[in-house]
Design a protein around this ligand. Structure first.
Ligand SMILES: Cc1cc2nc3c(=O)[nH]c(=O)nc-3n(C[C@H](O)[C@H](O)[C@H](O)COP(=O)(O)O)c2cc1C
Length: 251
């Protein structure tokens, strides 16, 4: 148990992997541990697509904006919100599924994300490195085509997995008090925001990052470069269309 706490506290995202194989037995063991994760009503409304094939990784790569980990990691896991299997079971059993709506998508997405995080923890406690890939929700339509996901299934996140070939420093976090509220939400004054973000803003690597991006504040790197409003609106509309096509916006 202490090993697990130690692993959680010392973890970091790994983006470079050695070519060493992640054995089937090890991967199966990780997946077996992860599928004990709690799910809504024990419905297990998620699926995991395991990609090891180089050709499939190459097909997926542009959909993840050609991030190198996608082709370099030995294993890629795509976690999907999945009501397809459960709907079929209902229909076969004279039960009318009522899961073609947004709430059901969120329910299934929560199940998928919880399992994803358990896979990551299990993998990291075995010494593997992981990286979440956030482009999955941006390019869900293309991923659905490549992975042949039927109606009722939407990819919500991807994780690359492999033996680490780098040992980066841990990255910063806000102080714990920034994210934890006691009993009720305690909203932030301007002064508190400045205090909570000051360590992050004053780190040399952050200052360098601001200079490299020709911005004057760290926040601008997020709003003007990394997560821009126009991109967010564009990809939101694409995702809403995917949810409609996959049968989650009918009611
Ligand atoms: C949902 C999600 C999506 C992410 N997407 C990407 C990604 O597309 N590319 C990447 O290099 N890292 C990605 N990351 C990793 C984060 O950048 C990383 O977790 C964060 O910088 C903190 O670093 P740490 O995990 O080493 O503590 C993602 C993380 C999460 C949770």
């Amino acid at each position: 148990m202490n090993d697990l706490m130690e692993s959680l506290k010392s973890r970091k995202t790994i983006r470079k992997y050695s070519p060493e194989v992640v054995g089937d037995d090890l991967l199966d063991d990780i997946l077996k541990a992860a599928y004990r994760t709690s799910t809504t009503g024990n419905m297990q409304v998620y699926s995991i697509i395991v990609t090891r094939d180089e050709g499939k990784k190459k097909e997926l790569s542009p959909l993840h904006f050609s991030q190198k980990m996608v082709t370099e990691a030995p294993v890629l896991l795509t976690f999907c919100a999945d009501f397809n299997r459960f709907n079929k079971w209902c229909v076969l059993n004279n039960a009318q599924p009522g899961y073609d709506n947004f709430l059901s998508f969120i329910t299934a997405a929560i199940d998928a994300l919880l399992v994803a995080q358990t896979v990551c923890i299990a993998a990291e406690t075995r010494g593997l490195g992981i990286c979440y890939i956030g482009t999955t929700t941006y390019m869900a339509k293309g991923i659905i085509e490549v992975l042949r996901l039927p109606k009722g299934v939407v990819p919500v996140t991807t994780v690359t997995l492999g033996w680490p070939a780098e040992d980066p420093d841990q990255v910063d976090r806000l102080p714990l008090e920034a994210v934890v509220h006691k009993e009720v939400y305690s909203d932030y004054t301007n002064q508190e925001i400045e205090r909570l973000y000051s360590e992050k803003e004053n780190r040399e690597d952050s200052k360098q990052y601001v200079r490299e991006n020709n911005k004057t504040t760290l926040a601008q790197v997020f709003t003007d470069i990394r997560y821009k409003k126009e991109d967010n609106v564009y990809f939101s509309n694409m995702l809403l269309k995917v949810l409609e096509d996959q049968g989650f916006m009918n009611n």
